[in-house]
Design a protein around this ligand. Structure first.
Ligand SMILES: Nc1nc2c(ncn2[C@@H]2O[C@H](COP(=O)(O)OP(=O)(O)OP(=O)(O)O)[C@@H](O)[C@H]2O)c(=O)[nH]1
Length: 209
């Protein structure tokens, strides 16, 4: 492990590239993913950061973090995804931490479950109560589009809601391998949105890894 001073604990010099890499400050964009339990928040974040659909998931307790570094306009930035619990009993005391230094919010609903769509105002209300300004980009994601025969929330309905709340709408599937690029595009869009609007003042800095 490094002492952070350019030498290892054994006192041997490190390769120059390793030292430089540690000194490079990578910008971190914190993105919180919220929505009802079971809509697929864990699967979406896993698909983006882990590159595949997880075989098995359990209800998130509190929050899980996943990170991925991406290159945006020749700058390497780290997207830090906060996969939050949908179940109220697993959120409780954690909630105020979610909303600190947030760069974007992803609202997720399940296209096969109307109640998850109808509950979106609850999630938006929670953001508002935590004083997230309109500067923080908000994005609406309808997940589980692979279950075509069970779609219960029409694109038209979702688009109206998205327009009303000035959010872009993405309908996708964490499960469908053909939609993998689509999930990637959603999170990259968020990164671009942050980078485009004077990211230096809004981003938090983190040590390169
Ligand atoms: N068919 C289909 N199933 C999905 C998709 N995404 C997630 N699932 C399934 O939906 C269930 C819930 O997924 P999770 O990602 O754990 O849901 P969550 O929103 O993180 O749930 P909480 O942690 O309780 O808030 C799991 O059985 C997943 O396999 C999808 O795109 N298509």
């Amino acid at each position: 492990m490094s002492t952070g001073s350019g030498s290892t604990e054994e006192g041997k010099p490190q390769a120059a590239s390793a030292v430089i890499e540690r000194q490079v400050q990578k910008r971190i964009f914190k993105i919180i993913v919220i929505g009802d339990s079971n809509v697929g928040k864990t699967c979406l974040t896993f698909r983006f950061c882990g590159g595949k659909f997880p075989e098995k998931t359990e209800a998130t307790i509190g929050v899980d973090f996943r990170e991925k570094s991406v290159e945006i306009n020749k700058e390497l930035v780290k997207l830090q995804l906060w996969d939050t619990a949908g179940q109220e009993r697993f959120r409780k005391s954690m909630v105020q931490h979610y909303y600190r230094n947030v760069h974007a919010v992803v609202f997720v609903y399940d296209v096969t479950k109307v109640s998850s769509f109808e509950n979106l105002p609850h999630w938006i209300g929670e953001c508002d109560r935590h004083n997230l300004t309109s500067e923080v980009p908000r994005i609406l994601v309808g997940n589980k589009c692979d279950m075509k025969e069970r779609v219960a929330v029409s694109t038209n309905m979702a688009q109206k809601f998205a327009d009303l709340h000035s959010m872009p709408l993405f309908e996708t599937s964490a499960k469908d391998n053909h939609k993998a690029n689509h999930v990637e595009a959603i999170f990259l869009t968020i990164a671009h949105k942050n980078k485009d609007k004077n990211g230096t003042s809004r981003s938090i800095k983190g040590l390169g890894c």
